[in-house]
Design a protein around this ligand. Structure first.
Ligand code: FE2
Ligand code: FE2
Length: 139
């Protein structure tokens, strides 16, 4: 499951944590607050992780970093559209969120993220940041 960077691996772990947090909320009415808390975590993830991963890929000389960044941009948009929906009073469906996060895991982290791993493995590209919450505190 490692992509060859402990910082990026720690970020990816956040996605697993989101899935684990969502699982008991599926088809459970009245848990909107908890579902929204997972969305807030995802927001932190897309803000911090995507930019760090993009920097690491560039630094490592991964040739397909731009295409990878486009995939990130699309996911970023999805999360922020969901956030906007919630802010406009639309209910957030735990099943929808779970499926979205699950797709990221299977298709993106296990597929796309694995592709830059050999480039990171040459040791030039360890990202320097640590995972922080939106308020600047570390997890
Ligand atoms: Fe990633
Ligand atoms: Fe990625």
């Amino acid at each position: 499951m490692s992509v060859g960077s402990s910082t990026l691996d720690t970020h990816h772990q956040m996605i697993f944590d989101c899935l684990n947090a969502l699982h008991p909320l599926l088809n459970q009415p009245g848990r909107d607050e908890d579902v929204r808390a997972v969305l807030a975590k995802l927001e932190d993830f897309v803000l911090v992780h995507f930019s760090e991963e993009e920097q690491a890929m560039k630094k490592a000389g991964y040739p397909h970093w731009k295409a990878h960044k486009e995939l990130h941009d699309r996911m970023y948009e999805k999360v922020f559209n969901l956030k906007a929906d919630v802010e406009h009073g639309r209910a957030l469906d735990a099943v929808h969120l779970f499926e979205m996060v699950n797709d990221w895991l299977v298709q993106h982290i296990m597929g796309e993220d694995k592709k830059y791993m050999p480039f990171l493995a040459n040791g030039q590209a360890a990202p320097s940041g640590v995972w922080k919450r939106g308020n600047g505190r570390e997890f």
